[in-house]
Design a protein around this ligand. Sequence first.
Ligand SMILES: Nc1ncnc2c1ncn2[C@@H]1O[C@H](COP(=O)(O)OP(=O)(O)OP(=O)(O)O)[C@@H](O)[C@H]1O
Ligand SMILES: [Mg+2]
Length: 145
Amino acid sequence: MPEATQRFFDHRPESVKAARDFTTRTLRAWGLENTGDIRLVVSELATNALTHGSDSEHGFLVRLEPDDGGVRLEVHDSRDLHQPLTGPACPDPEAETGRGLVIVDALAARWGIDPRQPFGKIVWSHFPTAPSATTVRAAEEVRTC
Ligand SMILES: Nc1ncnc2c1ncn2[C@@H]1O[C@H](COP(=O)(O)OP(=O)(O)OP(=O)(O)O)[C@@H](O)[C@H]1O
Ligand SMILES: [Mg+2]
């Protein structure tokens, strides 16, 4: 069983690609293929961590952990959660933002937010490693807008 691995990223736009590359390399090293969903979700969550979850003083952390027969992805940021974080049910078709968490909700088997000590939060998501399980959930449970 591979060990959990994590990396800290600075507060700069290039860190989103760096986080995606770190995720790709880690999952490949674990022998996992078909990891496009996880890489897309880490891109959205890393972008959110930079845009909404931190100030210029603080970066974010990505942690990957084998979990429950799948992969747990965490993105830690430094801003405390003051209200529930949920994507809009269906973004306005004309809106240019507001789709990131809808994508996360569609691709992850489950996701959520926990407080982080001494401050900040952990946005976590879980992915089964069998691609078919993801497909079944996408077909049956995901909202269509
Ligand atoms: N890490 C975070 N910390 C604090 N607030 C967040 C975080 N992630 C998301 N949010 C809040 O949730 C809202 C919805 O996030 P979402 O990713 O769906 O949309 P967006 O980032 O505004 O736009 P898009 O991802 O489509 O470019 C954000 O506008 C923001 O208010
Ligand atoms: Mg976003």
